[in-house]
Design a protein around this ligand. Structure first.
Ligand SMILES: [Zn+2]
Length: 492
């Protein structure tokens, strides 16, 4: 039975995790590292059980053991330290005789690539995840963020959901082919990446630039970014497959003026110019633009609504012309961000002293562009809106957003999985407001989908990058079985 019956919009508060205050039982403690283990390899993967077949109990024991050790390796980015996580995963794969290559991109930073051979060359499928995590402030958490506590059927810890749980599920799903003696038609590639949380310069973007040939035969890629969303109790979940994402355009604004004493201000002091410009940016709205993938997503979501409420979501572009509907729709900032470019003011700096007017003041804008938008055009729009010609504006990070097509064997396989696991479940393409490593692989022509067959409660999604991040052991166990089935469908 599926654990997840939460309806869309219903959100459990963080108090749901109150039972986690219980100390873990001794049997739930990770095995101590063996004295013989080389100190350079963290964890003790060899101590974890291995599922020999598609047996949910055995799979869940293996994934809990591996995931806890993986989470316990602190790969907070910065600095990342993914060489440690890569060495751990190398040991995990070695248990099945799968040889991995570690590709170092910077001191202490590495990516891992491994390959399970198929019977015929070409048409490889790749499962990828990222090993780095965002910082966690222990004082805010109910549990130590790198303890990887097992409680209430969840593994708790930074990275458990984003994205180490997926990495462990991918490895077990792949290894089960070897363990069960099932031949793969084509190669299956496993990729563990560094630096996703900072844009991938030491990870996906490094590899697609310096090791592009390693992916020549890869046609289809599965990555984070989508999954199974339960919209209403008693209804099949909505399968969302991320086909496109917004692209970051990070801009540094700098104002310069005369320095002086705070008691004798002038209207064109650097901080004053910057503040006027930022005031105009803060009240600026980009035009509404509904791209086809976003329309498809809301049309699919509408199917879970009462019939009388569906119509505006079936033609979102025209419905958003109505100010009342637009105001209601924009109440959710995540939804609002899917129908327009956005800009957030994120960093500010000026004088270091209360009574000193500084020569320079600066700010950072985090702009996110819809697919198809030109960063140069949007920068020019912002320059016009700010209307302070003396300001300089320089890009810190600027990508073009790329899409993957929907009409592929991988999308067909996901639809087949949905049909078999949840008859009647809709499968929708999606656009996400954040960015993932898929964009770098789409840029070199790969079909990369944000989809892992895992059901996640909405309140658990909200913990990603927040406090008390956790992943359901039952959902992750199901994900191993479903991922294994999906790969089988592609190879059949
Ligand atoms: Zn992630």
């Amino acid at each position: 039975m599926r654990f997840f019956t939460l309806a869309l919009g219903a959100a459990c508060s963080l108090a749901c995790g109150s039972a986690i205050q219980e100390p873990p039982k001794a049997s739930e403690q990770p095995a101590p590292p063996s004295a013989e283990a080389p100190s350079a390899v963290p964890g003790n993967a060899a101590s974890c059980p291995r599922a020999a077949a598609l047996d949910r109990k055995a799979i869940s024991e293996e994934l809990v053991c591996l995931l806890r050790q993986y989470v316990q390796i602190d790969s907070t980015n910065p600095p990342g330290n993914e060489l440690q996580t890569a060495r751990f995963l190398e040991q995990v794969l070695a248990r099945d005789g799968i040889v991995a290559e570690l590709i170092e991109s910077a001191p202490g930073r590495a990516n891992l690539i491994a390959r399970l051979k198929g019977q015929s060359p070409g048409h490889a499928t790749m499962l990828m995840h990222h090993m780095d995590v965002v910082p966690a402030s222990a004082a805010d958490w109910s549990v130590p963020p790198f303890e990887a506590r097992l409680a209430d059927g969840y593994v708790w810890g930074r990275g458990s959901l984003d994205n180490k749980g997926a990495g462990v599920a991918e490895i077990i799903a792949a290894a089960l082919f070897a363990r069960m003696g099932v031949a793969l038609k084509h190669d299956l590639v496993l990729l563990a990446l560094a630096d996703e949380e900072s844009g991938g310069a030491a990870g996906a973007r490094f590899l697609t630039e310096h090791r592009k040939a390693a992916f020549d035969d890869v046609e289809l890629i599965l990555n984070e970014g989508g999954g199974m969303l339960v919209l209403a109790e008693g209804r099949p979940p909505l399968y969302t497959v991320e086909l496109a994402q917004k692209a970051p355009l990070w801009l540094r604004l700098t104002a310069r003026g005369k320095s002086g004493h705070g008691s004798a201000p002038t209207p064109n002091a650097a901080a004053a110019v910057l503040s006027r410009a930022l005031g105009r940016v803060a009240s600026h709205s980009f035009p509404i633009l509904v791209v086809p993938e976003v329309q498809a997503l809301f049309a699919a979501r509408a199917m879970a609504m009462p019939e009388a409420e569906r119509a505006p979501f079936l033609n979102l572009s025209s419905a958003l012309q109505n100010p009342a509907f637009r105001a209601r729709f924009s109440e959710d900032p995540h939804d609002a961000a899917l129908v327009q470019n956005t800009v957030a003011i994120t960093m500010l700096s000026g004088s270091a002293k209360e009574n000193v007017i500084s020569e320079q003041a600066s700010a950072v804008l985090d702009v996110r562009l819809l697919p198809g938008q030109d960063p140069k055009v949007v920068s020019a729009e912002l320059t016009r809106v700010m209307a302070e010609p003396s300001l300089t504006l320089e890009p810190i990070l600027s990508w073009q957003a790329h899409r993957s097509p929907r009409d592929t064997p991988l999308f067909a396989a996901i639809e087949r999985l949905a049909h078999e696991r949840h008859p009647g479940a809709p499968v929708s393409g999606n656009v996400i407001g954040s960015f993932t490593d898929c964009n770098a692989f789409r840029a070199i022509g790969k079909i990369c989908y944000g989809f892992l067959p895992v059901q996640i409660r909405l309140d658990d999604i909200q913990r990603i990058h927040g406090k008390d991040e956790r992943v359901s052991v039952e959902a992750l166990t199901d994900a191993v079985v479903d991922l294994h089935a999906l790969i089988s469908m592609l190879g059949s």
